[in-house]
Write a protein that binds this ligand. Structure first.
Ligand code: ATP
Ligand code: MG
Length: 416
């Protein structure tokens, strides 16, 4: 893509009410636009990042045997009443609206109820199980506080997966595999070292257990106790004598740290399926309840965490797996030969299937470098009068301060 064609512009100022680092950087670099508190638009550069994250997540879900689909955002009150989750007293994030023809509807904040009810038309026998389904969907939540940029929104993209298993053992087997798949996702986006699996029950499997995936991040809204030497972290609410004793660890070995919940997985047992009329018949024709698991990843929150964790004083710093482009080709100088060299390199990179953002604008070098740092593409190629005369390309990694003069072949090898 030619940067001269990109409709978004970088900017120095951000909305005065925008206090979070992630949104400040993402707005300045033109990745997102703020509609209002907790509501953002994803512009071309931002959407490319989202799509990369989705692809990583989707591949892992497909690998688990899940099938992608897309449920509606508008939801039926009657369905949520069956499980007693319609009342604002039980779920405090509902957005609801009135139908002109009478009656109320909800805007989906989660999808266990509609998906379970939908699957009741498709699952009836033990031979139909297990089934795993997932979607990428805009969720709506009436959050009281929305000051963390794209990390806490009133409308945000979630990947939600649901598992329907025949019994508890099969459910737990899948739940464990899903946990591994989640860890793969966080590894692929470069957050492996910073991400911990925590549990609300201290590792004890109760009927309804859950685990959180917490990434250490100053802007996170959760506090977790992190073991100083081992890869172990505990939620605040279970950091007590009993849990420490069970795990045979000492209080002094932990420190309290800020973290952002990037994923959350739950077991619902068979109760929800029973409430919504999803049963199966076993080999002997007996009616049985289905075990439900629910697995969420905050796609846009994850993008915000990446901006927070890796961003520096110059701008965004994307890990290559999720960067909007692989290379930022920056052309300096306006003489014919330099332009033609840069154009040719751009065509060549495109031809090799390398994703490149080509800064073909006639701006001062200082401005172009500042924009390039702000946008945060991992590798920068500079083509200038000087590099052309030496038949080299100046190559700089976003995470390093020094650049190198390389031949075209050497430069291409860096990307491959
Ligand atoms: P939190 O405690 O942060 O409100 P939650 O427990 O309500 O999260 P879930 O209902 O489990 O979250 O949703 C699954 C995932 O969706 C979360 O792990 C998080 O990554 C993401 N998420 C939840 N609420 C928001 C939000 N308001 N904005 C952006 N992402 C969110
Ligand atoms: Mg919440």
């Amino acid at each position: 893509m030619r940067q001269s064609q990109l409709f978004t512009k970088t900017r120095k100022e951000v909305p005065s009410d925008e206090t979070s680092k992630n949104a400040q950087l993402l707005i300045r670099a033109g990745f997102i636009h703020k509609e209002m508190a907790g509501v953002y638009d994803y512009l071309p550069l931002g959407l490319r990042v989202i799509n990369k994250i989705k692809k990583i997540v989707n591949d892992e879900m497909i690998n688990l045997g899940s099938q992608e689909m897309l449920m509606s955002s508008l939801q039926s009150k009657e369905l949520w009443e069956k499980t007693d989750r319609w009342d604002d007293k039980n779920v405090d994030v509902w957005f609801k609206s009135q139908l002109k023809s009478g009656g109320e509807i909800g805007f989906g904040w989660s999808h266990e109820e509609p998906i379970t009810s939908m699957l009741a038309s498709h699952i009836s026998s033990y031979t139909d199980l297990p089934k795993f389904v997932h979607q990428f969907q805009n969720k709506f939540r009436n959050e009281v506080r929305a000051k963390a940029g794209i990390m806490r929104c009133r409308e945000f993209i979630m990947k939600d997966m649901y598992s329907y298993s025949i019994d508890e053992k099969n459910h737990i087997d899948f739940y464990d595999k899903a946990t591994e798949a989640y860890l793969n996702v966080f590894k692929k986006v470069g957050l492996s070292d910073l991400t911990y699996v925590t549990s609300a029950s201290g590792g004890v499997f109760t009927d309804k257990f859950s685990h959180e995936f917490q990434t250490l991040c100053e802007a996170g809204e959760d506090n977790i106790y992190v073991h100083k030497k081992e890869k172990l972290a505990l939620n605040e609410e279970i950091f007590n004598e009993e849990t420490l004793g069970k795990l045979n660890v000492k209080k002094e070995d932990f420190e309290l740290k800020k973290a952002a919940e990037v994923g959350n997985i739950f077991t619902f047992g068979t109760e929800k399926c029973e409430q919504l009329g999803l049963y199966y018949k076993d080999e002997n024709g007996n009616k049985k309840g289905v075990y439900l698991g629910s697995y969420g990843i905050g796609i846009t929150r994850l993008m915000g965490v990446l901006a927070e964790v890796f961003g520096d004083d110059k701008g965004l710093v994307w890990p290559k797996e999720v960067a909007p482009f692989e290379v930022h080709l920056v052309r300096l100088g306006v003489n014919e030969e330099t332009i033609s060299h840069a154009d040719k390199l751009y065509e060549k990179l495109n031809g090799e299937g390398i994703e490149v953002l080509y800064d073909d604008r006639n701006l001062r070098p200082g401005e172009k470098f500042a924009d390039s740092d702000l946008i945060g593409i991992p590798v920068r190629f500079v083509v200038s009068d000087k590099t052309v005369s030496e038949n080299k390309i100046e190559v700089k990694m976003r995470t390093e301060s020094e650049s190198k003069l390389l031949s075209e072949t050497e430069a291409l090898n860096i990307i491959k």
